[in-house]
Design a protein around this ligand. Structure first.
Ligand SMILES: Nc1nc2c(ncn2[C@@H]2O[C@H](COP(=O)(O)OP(=O)(O)OP(=O)(O)O)[C@@H](O)[C@H]2O)c(=O)[nH]1
Ligand SMILES: [Mg+2]
Length: 301
């Protein structure tokens, strides 16, 4: 019996639904999802099986015009993910069509896509009438020679099985890359920090989520089977600290509760989660913060 295995990178504009698709393919939430743009910051790998094929999905940060150091490091990580993959899937939002952002990704693909299989996944088809999809499919295929086009709803699951089956056929023969029971390639302490960042992002408004990062500082496995996890939320201003804490600390308290509950479900054990907010005006220029996120500081230069 011959096995297959390889990497499939998901790329697209921020909010296209890349993390939602990765989670659906893996069958567990390994990458955080919010309705806001620029949620994913680094390359996150999730493992899915299709018959005897192991598909390692690589979720990437959204591709956009970078302004700050963090933006540049994120965009570099995304293109790097595409360049390292056997197959690239470009995700485009059905209801938004060919935006300026999609145009510039198509330009980048002309380079990265060479000698690589690139498929198109038009996502969020639940949001448009089917007539729209034919026109969009044609317009996109006129601009880039996609190996195949899929119409999917990552959220509802439409078209996802067909995409996974096709991807499995594209991957090379070879041994599996991860143990059969592994679903993610991301340290637990980072998954835990990401869960808190998701809950914070969902709770907070405007720019704040982009100026904040979460790190797991300490993880203690206790004798009674529970885990004690200490995390730090870094913000850039005193005012931000106040917002994260909320009136009488209510905001951080409810964020901590939501994150803890999700972590307990993910780990299948009791969790004691302690959150601390620290003002760090320069965290966006500190290389250690980038390595904690799984990004390359130098990429942001
Ligand atoms: N209606 C609809 N919404 C979807 C679908 N797929 C994803 N979404 C929503 O789109 C939003 C963004 O999803 P994400 O998976 O976080 O998008 P992303 O591409 O990973 O975004 P970044 O990490 O910021 O680059 C979330 O609110 C999802 O629930 C879909 O098929 N249909
Ligand atoms: Mg994402």
């Amino acid at each position: 019996m011959s096995t297959r295995a390889g990497f499939v990178a998901l790329i697209g504009e921020p909010n296209a639904g890349k993390s939602t698709l990765l989670n659906r393919m893996v069958g567990a939430k390994v990458s955080i999802v919010t309705h806001k743009v620029q949620t994913t910051r680094a390359r996150i790998r999730g493992v899915a099986m299709e018959g005897d094929t192991q598909i390692v999905f690589v979720d990437t940060p959204g591709l956009f015009k970078p302004r700050r150091r963090l933006d540049r490091a994120m965009v570099a990580a995304a293109w790097g993910g595409a360049a390292d993959a056997d197959v690239v899937v470009l995700m485009v939002e059905a209801h938004r069509g060919i935006t300026e952002g999609v145009e510039s990704i198509l330009e980048g693909l002309a380079d990265i896509g060479q000698g690589r299989t690139v498929a198109l996944a038009i996502n969020k088809i639940d949001r448009v009438a089917s007539e729209t999809l034919l026109g969009l499919t044609k317009a996109l295929n006129d601009r880039y020679a996609f190996a195949e086009t899929f119409m999917i709803s990552a959220e509802k699951g439409h078209g996802v099985d067909a995409l996974r089956q096709w991807l499995a056929q594209q991957l090379p023969e070879g041994p599996w890359l991860y143990p059969e029971d592994q679903i993610a390639d991301l340290p637990m302490r980072m998954i835990a920090a990401e869960m808190t960042r998701e809950k914070l992002t969902l709770r907070l408004h405007q720019e704040l989520p982009y100026q904040m990062t979460v790190e797991t500082e300490n993880w203690e496995d206790r004798k009674d089977g529970s885990a004690k996890i200490d995390q730090v939320i870094y913000v850039v201003r005193d005012g931000h600290k106040g917002i994260v804490l909320g009136h009488k600390g209510e905001t951080v308290k409810s964020v901590g509760k939501a994150a803890r509950e999700e972590l307990e479900e993910f780990l299948g054990r009791k969790v004691h989660l302690f959150l601390q907010v620290k003002v760090r005006p320069n965290w966006l220029e500190e290389s250690e913060r980038y390595s904690e996120m799984g990004l390359d500081f130098k990429d942001g230069a």
